[in-house]
Design a protein around this ligand. Structure first.
Ligand code: NIG
Ligand code: FE
Length: 444
Protein backbone atom coordinates (compact mmCIF):
# COMPACT_ATOMS: atom_id res chain seq x y z
CA UNK A 1 0.00 0.00 0.00
CA UNK A 2 1.38 3.41 -0.99
CA UNK A 3 0.74 6.18 1.53
CA UNK A 4 -0.20 9.66 0.36
CA UNK A 5 -0.88 13.02 1.95
CA UNK A 6 -2.65 14.36 -1.14
CA UNK A 7 -5.21 12.57 -3.29
CA UNK A 8 -6.93 14.11 -6.30
CA UNK A 9 -9.97 12.31 -7.67
CA UNK A 10 -13.00 12.83 -9.87
CA UNK A 11 -11.04 13.80 -12.99
CA UNK A 12 -12.58 13.25 -16.43
CA UNK A 13 -9.05 12.41 -17.58
CA UNK A 14 -5.53 12.65 -16.27
CA UNK A 15 -2.99 13.59 -18.94
CA UNK A 16 0.33 12.29 -17.65
CA UNK A 17 2.55 13.20 -20.65
CA UNK A 18 4.17 9.79 -20.07
CA UNK A 19 3.11 7.37 -22.83
CA UNK A 20 3.86 4.32 -20.66
CA UNK A 21 1.32 5.45 -18.06
CA UNK A 22 -1.80 5.70 -20.22
CA UNK A 23 -3.25 5.93 -23.72
CA UNK A 24 -1.51 7.49 -26.71
CA UNK A 25 1.54 9.74 -26.84
CA UNK A 26 0.28 11.78 -23.88
CA UNK A 27 -0.40 8.79 -21.63
CA UNK A 28 -4.02 9.78 -20.97
CA UNK A 29 -5.81 7.94 -18.15
CA UNK A 30 -9.59 8.19 -18.42
CA UNK A 31 -11.09 8.84 -14.97
CA UNK A 32 -7.58 8.94 -13.61
CA UNK A 33 -6.48 9.90 -10.13
CA UNK A 34 -3.19 11.07 -8.67
CA UNK A 35 -1.62 10.81 -5.23
CA UNK A 36 1.38 12.58 -3.73
CA UNK A 37 3.42 12.65 -0.54
CA UNK A 38 5.71 15.45 0.56
CA UNK A 39 5.03 17.33 -2.68
CA UNK A 40 6.09 14.44 -4.95
CA UNK A 41 3.89 12.17 -6.99
CA UNK A 42 3.65 8.66 -5.51
CA UNK A 43 0.91 7.13 -7.64
CA UNK A 44 -1.10 7.76 -10.82
CA UNK A 45 -3.69 5.42 -12.30
CA UNK A 46 -7.36 4.80 -12.91
CA UNK A 47 -9.45 5.93 -9.97
CA UNK A 48 -11.01 2.45 -9.88
CA UNK A 49 -7.68 1.09 -8.57
CA UNK A 50 -6.96 3.90 -6.11
CA UNK A 51 -8.61 2.43 -3.01
CA UNK A 52 -6.76 -0.88 -3.39
CA UNK A 53 -3.34 0.67 -3.97
CA UNK A 54 -3.15 3.95 -2.04
CA UNK A 55 -3.76 4.73 1.63
CA UNK A 56 -4.28 8.25 2.92
CA UNK A 57 -2.21 9.30 5.94
CA UNK A 58 -4.18 10.98 8.76
CA UNK A 59 -4.95 14.57 7.80
CA UNK A 60 -4.32 13.95 4.10
CA UNK A 61 -5.77 16.51 1.73
CA UNK A 62 -8.36 15.27 -0.74
CA UNK A 63 -9.26 17.30 -3.78
CA UNK A 64 -12.43 16.69 -5.74
CA UNK A 65 -11.60 17.48 -9.36
CA UNK A 66 -15.31 17.93 -10.20
CA UNK A 67 -14.85 16.40 -13.61
CA UNK A 68 -11.91 18.58 -14.65
CA UNK A 69 -9.00 17.45 -16.83
CA UNK A 70 -5.77 17.02 -14.85
CA UNK A 71 -2.42 17.71 -16.52
CA UNK A 72 1.16 18.63 -15.64
CA UNK A 73 2.00 22.23 -14.77
CA UNK A 74 3.37 24.06 -17.80
CA UNK A 75 7.11 24.67 -18.10
CA UNK A 76 7.97 27.94 -19.87
CA UNK A 77 11.59 27.58 -20.95
CA UNK A 78 12.20 31.04 -22.44
CA UNK A 79 11.05 34.35 -20.93
CA UNK A 80 12.27 37.86 -20.21
CA UNK A 81 9.64 38.40 -17.51
CA UNK A 82 11.75 40.82 -15.43
CA UNK A 83 11.86 44.31 -16.92
CA UNK A 84 10.81 47.89 -16.32
CA UNK A 85 9.01 50.22 -18.69
CA UNK A 86 6.68 49.42 -21.53
CA UNK A 87 6.91 49.45 -25.32
CA UNK A 88 3.36 49.73 -26.54
CA UNK A 89 4.44 52.62 -28.79
CA UNK A 90 6.67 50.19 -30.73
CA UNK A 91 3.75 47.86 -31.11
CA UNK A 92 1.83 50.72 -32.71
CA UNK A 93 4.85 51.66 -34.87
CA UNK A 94 5.03 48.10 -36.20
CA UNK A 95 1.37 48.28 -37.14
CA UNK A 96 2.34 51.26 -39.30
CA UNK A 97 5.02 49.18 -41.03
CA UNK A 98 8.23 49.55 -38.97
CA UNK A 99 10.13 46.31 -38.37
CA UNK A 100 11.52 45.06 -35.05
CA UNK A 101 15.08 45.55 -36.35
CA UNK A 102 14.40 49.10 -37.64
CA UNK A 103 13.03 50.09 -34.25
CA UNK A 104 16.08 48.56 -32.54
CA UNK A 105 18.50 50.31 -34.92
CA UNK A 106 16.84 53.64 -34.07
CA UNK A 107 17.67 53.13 -30.37
CA UNK A 108 14.32 51.64 -29.35
CA UNK A 109 13.80 47.93 -28.89
CA UNK A 110 15.83 46.18 -26.22
CA UNK A 111 17.75 49.40 -25.45
CA UNK A 112 14.53 51.17 -24.53
CA UNK A 113 13.87 48.50 -21.89
CA UNK A 114 17.53 48.72 -20.83
CA UNK A 115 17.12 52.42 -20.02
CA UNK A 116 14.05 51.76 -17.88
CA UNK A 117 15.56 48.70 -16.20
CA UNK A 118 18.81 50.48 -15.33
CA UNK A 119 16.74 53.21 -13.64
CA UNK A 120 14.85 50.67 -11.52
CA UNK A 121 16.03 49.14 -8.24
CA UNK A 122 16.05 45.40 -7.57
CA UNK A 123 12.91 45.85 -5.48
CA UNK A 124 11.21 47.89 -8.20
CA UNK A 125 11.87 45.02 -10.62
CA UNK A 126 10.45 42.54 -8.13
CA UNK A 127 7.32 44.66 -7.60
CA UNK A 128 6.80 44.91 -11.35
CA UNK A 129 7.31 41.20 -11.95
CA UNK A 130 5.12 39.87 -9.10
CA UNK A 131 1.76 40.53 -10.78
CA UNK A 132 3.15 39.16 -14.05
CA UNK A 133 4.07 35.92 -12.32
CA UNK A 134 0.63 35.78 -10.72
CA UNK A 135 -0.80 35.88 -14.25
CA UNK A 136 1.72 33.29 -15.41
CA UNK A 137 0.61 30.99 -12.58
CA UNK A 138 -3.09 31.58 -13.19
CA UNK A 139 -2.56 30.42 -16.79
CA UNK A 140 -0.92 27.20 -15.64
CA UNK A 141 2.83 27.81 -15.73
CA UNK A 142 4.44 26.33 -12.62
CA UNK A 143 8.10 26.44 -13.73
CA UNK A 144 9.65 29.34 -15.61
CA UNK A 145 13.01 30.40 -16.99
CA UNK A 146 13.75 34.13 -16.70
CA UNK A 147 16.66 35.91 -18.37
CA UNK A 148 18.68 38.92 -17.45
CA UNK A 149 19.78 41.05 -20.38
CA UNK A 150 18.14 44.44 -19.81
CA UNK A 151 20.95 45.68 -17.56
CA UNK A 152 24.06 45.30 -19.74
CA UNK A 153 26.40 46.54 -17.00
CA UNK A 154 27.78 44.18 -14.39
CA UNK A 155 25.82 45.86 -11.59
CA UNK A 156 22.56 45.97 -13.54
CA UNK A 157 22.83 42.37 -14.73
CA UNK A 158 23.47 41.27 -11.13
CA UNK A 159 20.49 43.38 -10.04
CA UNK A 160 18.19 41.61 -12.52
CA UNK A 161 19.39 38.19 -11.40
CA UNK A 162 19.01 39.17 -7.75
CA UNK A 163 15.43 40.18 -8.58
CA UNK A 164 14.89 36.71 -10.06
CA UNK A 165 16.22 35.12 -6.87
CA UNK A 166 13.91 37.26 -4.74
CA UNK A 167 10.93 36.40 -6.95
CA UNK A 168 11.66 32.73 -6.43
CA UNK A 169 11.30 33.30 -2.67
CA UNK A 170 8.15 35.42 -2.83
CA UNK A 171 5.70 33.48 -4.99
CA UNK A 172 4.95 29.88 -6.01
CA UNK A 173 6.19 29.71 -9.63
CA UNK A 174 9.56 27.93 -9.68
CA UNK A 175 12.06 30.36 -11.22
CA UNK A 176 15.23 29.31 -13.07
CA UNK A 177 17.48 32.25 -13.98
CA UNK A 178 19.59 32.70 -17.10
CA UNK A 179 22.48 35.12 -17.48
CA UNK A 180 21.90 36.94 -20.79
CA UNK A 181 24.40 39.80 -20.53
CA UNK A 182 25.02 39.36 -24.26
CA UNK A 183 21.45 40.33 -25.15
CA UNK A 184 22.39 43.57 -26.92
CA UNK A 185 25.40 45.87 -27.24
CA UNK A 186 24.85 48.78 -24.84
CA UNK A 187 25.19 52.35 -26.19
CA UNK A 188 28.48 52.95 -24.37
CA UNK A 189 30.00 50.07 -26.39
CA UNK A 190 28.44 51.01 -29.74
CA UNK A 191 30.78 49.88 -32.53
CA UNK A 192 32.96 47.97 -30.02
CA UNK A 193 31.09 44.71 -29.71
CA UNK A 194 34.22 42.65 -29.02
CA UNK A 195 35.12 44.93 -26.13
CA UNK A 196 31.63 44.38 -24.71
CA UNK A 197 32.05 40.62 -25.09
CA UNK A 198 35.31 40.97 -23.12
CA UNK A 199 33.33 42.63 -20.33
CA UNK A 200 30.70 39.87 -20.41
CA UNK A 201 33.34 37.13 -20.29
CA UNK A 202 35.93 38.68 -17.99
CA UNK A 203 33.77 40.56 -15.51
CA UNK A 204 30.07 39.74 -15.68
CA UNK A 205 30.25 35.95 -15.90
CA UNK A 206 32.69 35.56 -12.99
CA UNK A 207 30.54 37.92 -10.86
CA UNK A 208 27.37 35.97 -11.68
CA UNK A 209 29.07 32.63 -11.05
CA UNK A 210 30.60 33.74 -7.76
CA UNK A 211 27.12 34.59 -6.45
CA UNK A 212 25.52 31.49 -8.08
CA UNK A 213 22.86 33.74 -9.53
CA UNK A 214 22.26 31.85 -12.80
CA UNK A 215 21.87 28.29 -14.08
CA UNK A 216 22.06 28.98 -17.81
CA UNK A 217 23.85 31.29 -20.22
CA UNK A 218 22.18 32.88 -23.24
CA UNK A 219 23.34 35.10 -26.14
CA UNK A 220 21.31 36.94 -28.76
CA UNK A 221 23.23 35.42 -31.69
CA UNK A 222 21.93 37.58 -34.51
CA UNK A 223 23.05 39.78 -37.37
CA UNK A 224 23.93 43.21 -36.00
CA UNK A 225 24.08 41.90 -32.43
CA UNK A 226 26.46 38.99 -31.61
CA UNK A 227 28.11 36.80 -34.27
CA UNK A 228 28.47 33.05 -33.91
CA UNK A 229 32.15 33.60 -32.99
CA UNK A 230 31.22 36.03 -30.24
CA UNK A 231 28.37 33.78 -29.11
CA UNK A 232 30.74 30.84 -28.89
CA UNK A 233 33.09 32.85 -26.66
CA UNK A 234 30.30 33.73 -24.24
CA UNK A 235 28.80 30.23 -24.21
CA UNK A 236 32.19 28.54 -23.74
CA UNK A 237 33.01 30.90 -20.89
CA UNK A 238 29.61 30.19 -19.34
CA UNK A 239 30.26 26.46 -19.60
CA UNK A 240 33.52 26.88 -17.70
CA UNK A 241 31.39 28.11 -14.77
CA UNK A 242 28.89 25.28 -15.14
CA UNK A 243 26.22 27.37 -16.86
CA UNK A 244 24.42 25.39 -19.55
CA UNK A 245 23.85 27.04 -22.91
CA UNK A 246 20.38 27.86 -24.20
CA UNK A 247 20.37 30.73 -26.62
CA UNK A 248 18.63 32.90 -29.23
CA UNK A 249 19.56 31.31 -32.55
CA UNK A 250 18.60 32.12 -36.16
CA UNK A 251 15.67 34.32 -35.13
CA UNK A 252 15.70 36.96 -37.89
CA UNK A 253 18.66 35.94 -40.10
CA UNK A 254 20.29 32.57 -40.87
CA UNK A 255 23.58 32.91 -39.00
CA UNK A 256 24.23 29.27 -38.10
CA UNK A 257 23.14 29.50 -34.46
CA UNK A 258 21.41 26.11 -34.72
CA UNK A 259 24.61 24.50 -35.94
CA UNK A 260 26.56 26.14 -33.12
CA UNK A 261 24.02 24.82 -30.60
CA UNK A 262 24.61 21.29 -31.91
CA UNK A 263 28.36 21.68 -31.78
CA UNK A 264 28.29 22.99 -28.20
CA UNK A 265 25.67 20.46 -27.05
CA UNK A 266 23.50 23.29 -25.81
CA UNK A 267 20.38 22.48 -23.80
CA UNK A 268 18.27 24.33 -26.35
CA UNK A 269 18.42 26.60 -29.36
CA UNK A 270 15.54 29.04 -29.33
CA UNK A 271 13.42 30.82 -31.98
CA UNK A 272 14.93 29.18 -35.13
CA UNK A 273 12.58 31.07 -37.47
CA UNK A 274 15.41 31.13 -40.02
CA UNK A 275 17.29 27.98 -39.03
CA UNK A 276 18.49 25.59 -41.73
CA UNK A 277 16.73 22.26 -41.45
CA UNK A 278 20.08 20.45 -41.82
CA UNK A 279 21.37 22.34 -38.78
CA UNK A 280 18.28 21.32 -36.83
CA UNK A 281 19.03 17.72 -37.83
CA UNK A 282 22.47 18.22 -36.24
CA UNK A 283 20.74 19.49 -33.11
CA UNK A 284 18.72 16.29 -33.02
CA UNK A 285 21.91 14.20 -33.20
CA UNK A 286 23.44 16.26 -30.39
CA UNK A 287 20.32 15.99 -28.19
CA UNK A 288 19.59 19.75 -28.31
CA UNK A 289 15.96 20.77 -27.84
CA UNK A 290 14.45 23.13 -30.42
CA UNK A 291 12.51 25.74 -28.44
CA UNK A 292 9.98 27.41 -30.72
CA UNK A 293 8.34 30.67 -29.69
CA UNK A 294 5.31 31.23 -31.93
CA UNK A 295 4.10 34.14 -29.81
CA UNK A 296 7.02 36.15 -31.17
CA UNK A 297 6.20 35.49 -34.82
CA UNK A 298 2.56 36.23 -34.02
CA UNK A 299 3.29 39.48 -32.21
CA UNK A 300 5.84 40.72 -34.76
CA UNK A 301 3.78 39.56 -37.75
CA UNK A 302 6.52 37.25 -39.07
CA UNK A 303 6.30 33.82 -40.71
CA UNK A 304 6.30 31.02 -38.14
CA UNK A 305 9.16 28.54 -37.69
CA UNK A 306 8.76 25.51 -40.00
CA UNK A 307 7.91 23.20 -37.12
CA UNK A 308 6.85 20.25 -39.29
CA UNK A 309 10.16 20.23 -41.16
CA UNK A 310 11.98 20.35 -37.84
CA UNK A 311 9.84 17.56 -36.40
CA UNK A 312 10.63 15.40 -39.41
CA UNK A 313 14.30 15.43 -38.33
CA UNK A 314 13.19 13.84 -35.05
CA UNK A 315 14.32 16.82 -32.96
CA UNK A 316 12.53 17.38 -29.68
CA UNK A 317 10.38 20.52 -29.95
CA UNK A 318 9.57 22.66 -26.92
CA UNK A 319 7.20 25.63 -27.00
CA UNK A 320 7.77 28.71 -24.88
CA UNK A 321 6.25 32.17 -24.55
CA UNK A 322 9.30 34.47 -24.96
CA UNK A 323 7.26 36.75 -22.66
CA UNK A 324 8.98 40.17 -23.04
CA UNK A 325 7.89 43.78 -23.59
CA UNK A 326 9.16 44.02 -27.17
CA UNK A 327 8.57 40.96 -29.27
CA UNK A 328 6.01 38.91 -27.33
CA UNK A 329 4.01 40.58 -24.57
CA UNK A 330 2.06 37.54 -23.47
CA UNK A 331 2.65 34.67 -21.04
CA UNK A 332 -0.30 32.39 -21.90
CA UNK A 333 0.99 28.97 -23.00
CA UNK A 334 -2.53 27.77 -23.79
CA UNK A 335 -2.62 30.41 -26.53
CA UNK A 336 0.90 29.44 -27.61
CA UNK A 337 -0.39 25.89 -28.11
CA UNK A 338 -3.19 27.23 -30.30
CA UNK A 339 -0.63 29.05 -32.46
CA UNK A 340 1.47 25.90 -32.68
CA UNK A 341 -1.46 23.85 -33.92
CA UNK A 342 -3.20 26.34 -36.20
CA UNK A 343 -0.15 28.16 -37.59
CA UNK A 344 2.74 25.67 -37.35
CA UNK A 345 0.65 22.54 -37.93
CA UNK A 346 1.86 20.77 -34.85
CA UNK A 347 -0.56 18.16 -33.55
CA UNK A 348 -2.39 18.99 -30.31
CA UNK A 349 -0.33 16.19 -28.71
CA UNK A 350 2.96 17.73 -29.91
CA UNK A 351 1.82 21.14 -28.68
CA UNK A 352 0.97 19.90 -25.20
CA UNK A 353 4.26 18.01 -24.92
CA UNK A 354 5.97 21.23 -26.07
CA UNK A 355 4.77 23.20 -23.06
CA UNK A 356 5.26 20.37 -20.56
CA UNK A 357 7.84 17.58 -20.88
CA UNK A 358 9.78 19.13 -23.74
CA UNK A 359 9.83 22.51 -22.00
CA UNK A 360 11.39 20.70 -19.05
CA UNK A 361 13.99 19.13 -21.38
CA UNK A 362 14.84 22.61 -22.71
CA UNK A 363 15.78 23.47 -19.11
CA UNK A 364 17.40 20.16 -18.17
CA UNK A 365 14.61 19.59 -15.63
CA UNK A 366 12.99 16.49 -17.14
CA UNK A 367 13.65 14.40 -14.03
CA UNK A 368 11.78 16.93 -11.87
CA UNK A 369 8.85 18.49 -13.74
CA UNK A 370 6.96 18.37 -17.04
CA UNK A 371 5.03 15.12 -16.62
CA UNK A 372 2.97 13.30 -14.00
CA UNK A 373 5.22 10.39 -13.16
CA UNK A 374 5.86 8.99 -9.69
CA UNK A 375 8.99 10.61 -8.26
CA UNK A 376 8.46 13.98 -9.91
CA UNK A 377 7.12 17.11 -8.26
CA UNK A 378 3.34 17.14 -7.99
CA UNK A 379 2.80 20.16 -10.24
CA UNK A 380 -0.77 19.66 -11.36
CA UNK A 381 -3.28 21.76 -13.30
CA UNK A 382 -7.00 21.28 -13.25
CA UNK A 383 -8.63 22.59 -16.40
CA UNK A 384 -12.32 23.04 -16.88
CA UNK A 385 -12.58 21.57 -20.37
CA UNK A 386 -14.48 18.51 -21.65
CA UNK A 387 -11.23 16.90 -22.81
CA UNK A 388 -7.57 17.93 -23.04
CA UNK A 389 -7.74 18.91 -26.76
CA UNK A 390 -10.03 21.79 -25.85
CA UNK A 391 -7.13 23.44 -24.02
CA UNK A 392 -5.87 24.85 -27.31
CA UNK A 393 -8.97 24.40 -29.47
CA UNK A 394 -11.05 26.85 -27.46
CA UNK A 395 -8.56 29.70 -27.64
CA UNK A 396 -7.89 33.04 -26.04
CA UNK A 397 -9.50 32.11 -22.73
CA UNK A 398 -7.97 30.64 -19.63
CA UNK A 399 -9.16 27.09 -18.96
CA UNK A 400 -7.02 26.52 -15.88
CA UNK A 401 -9.10 26.72 -12.72
CA UNK A 402 -6.72 25.30 -10.12
CA UNK A 403 -2.95 25.00 -9.90
CA UNK A 404 -0.94 22.82 -7.54
CA UNK A 405 2.80 23.34 -7.09
CA UNK A 406 4.68 20.62 -5.20
CA UNK A 407 1.35 19.24 -4.02
CA UNK A 408 -0.04 22.54 -2.65
CA UNK A 409 -2.93 24.49 -4.11
CA UNK A 410 -1.31 27.79 -5.11
CA UNK A 411 -4.01 29.12 -7.41
CA UNK A 412 -6.58 30.30 -6.69
CA UNK A 413 -5.22 31.34 -3.35
CA UNK A 414 -7.58 30.55 -0.49
CA UNK A 415 -10.11 27.83 -1.00
CA UNK A 416 -12.31 29.49 -3.61
CA UNK A 417 -13.07 26.51 -5.81
CA UNK A 418 -16.08 26.64 -8.01
CA UNK A 419 -17.74 28.94 -10.47
CA UNK A 420 -14.47 30.55 -11.47
CA UNK A 421 -15.27 33.21 -14.06
CA UNK A 422 -12.78 31.76 -16.53
CA UNK A 423 -14.38 28.34 -16.22
CA UNK A 424 -17.77 29.78 -17.02
CA UNK A 425 -16.23 31.60 -19.95
CA UNK A 426 -14.67 28.49 -21.46
CA UNK A 427 -17.94 26.60 -21.18
CA UNK A 428 -19.69 29.46 -22.90
CA UNK A 429 -17.17 29.43 -25.74
CA UNK A 430 -17.24 25.68 -26.16
CA UNK A 431 -21.02 25.80 -26.24
CA UNK A 432 -21.20 22.55 -24.35
CA UNK A 433 -21.86 21.85 -20.76
CA UNK A 434 -19.03 19.96 -19.16
CA UNK A 435 -19.99 16.39 -18.45
CA UNK A 436 -19.22 15.74 -14.83
CA UNK A 437 -18.61 12.12 -13.94
CA UNK A 438 -20.81 10.70 -11.20
CA UNK A 439 -19.42 11.60 -7.78
CA UNK A 440 -17.21 8.88 -6.33
CA UNK A 441 -17.78 7.40 -2.90
CA UNK A 442 -15.30 8.77 -0.36
CA UNK A 443 -12.10 6.83 0.05
CA UNK A 444 -11.82 4.45 2.98
O1 NIG B 1 13.56 36.77 -27.77
N1 NIG B 1 15.61 38.63 -29.49
C1 NIG B 1 16.03 38.97 -28.40
N2 NIG B 1 15.32 38.97 -27.29
C2 NIG B 1 13.91 38.98 -27.25
C3 NIG B 1 13.33 40.31 -27.45
C4 NIG B 1 13.60 41.16 -26.30
C5 NIG B 1 13.05 42.52 -26.44
O2 NIG B 1 12.67 42.96 -27.55
O3 NIG B 1 12.97 43.18 -25.40
C6 NIG B 1 13.34 37.89 -28.13
O4 NIG B 1 12.65 38.15 -29.13
FE1 FE C 1 13.91 35.90 -26.13
Amino acid sequence: MISADLIVTNLAELVTCEPALGEGPLGVITRGAIAAAGGRIVWVGPESRLAAEVGAVPGAQRIDGRGAVGLPGFVDSHTHAIFAGSREEEYALRARGASYQEIAAAGGGILSTVRATRAASRDDLVELALPRLATVLAHGTTTIEIKSGYGLTTADELKMLAAARRLAELQPVEVHPTFCGAHEVPPEFKGRTDAYVDLVVDEMLPAVAERTLAEYVDVFCEEGVFSTTQARRVLDAGASYGLRAKFHADEFVTLGGAELAAELHALSADHLLKARVEDVAKMKEAGVTAALLPGTAFFLGLPYAPARKFLETGVRVALASDFNPGSSMGPNLQLVMTMAVSQMKMSPEEALLGVTLHGACAMGLEQEVGSLRPGKQCDLLLADVPNWRDLSYIYGVNHVTRVLKRGKVVHPSGERRSDMPNAAESRLVSGQARSVPAPRPPLP
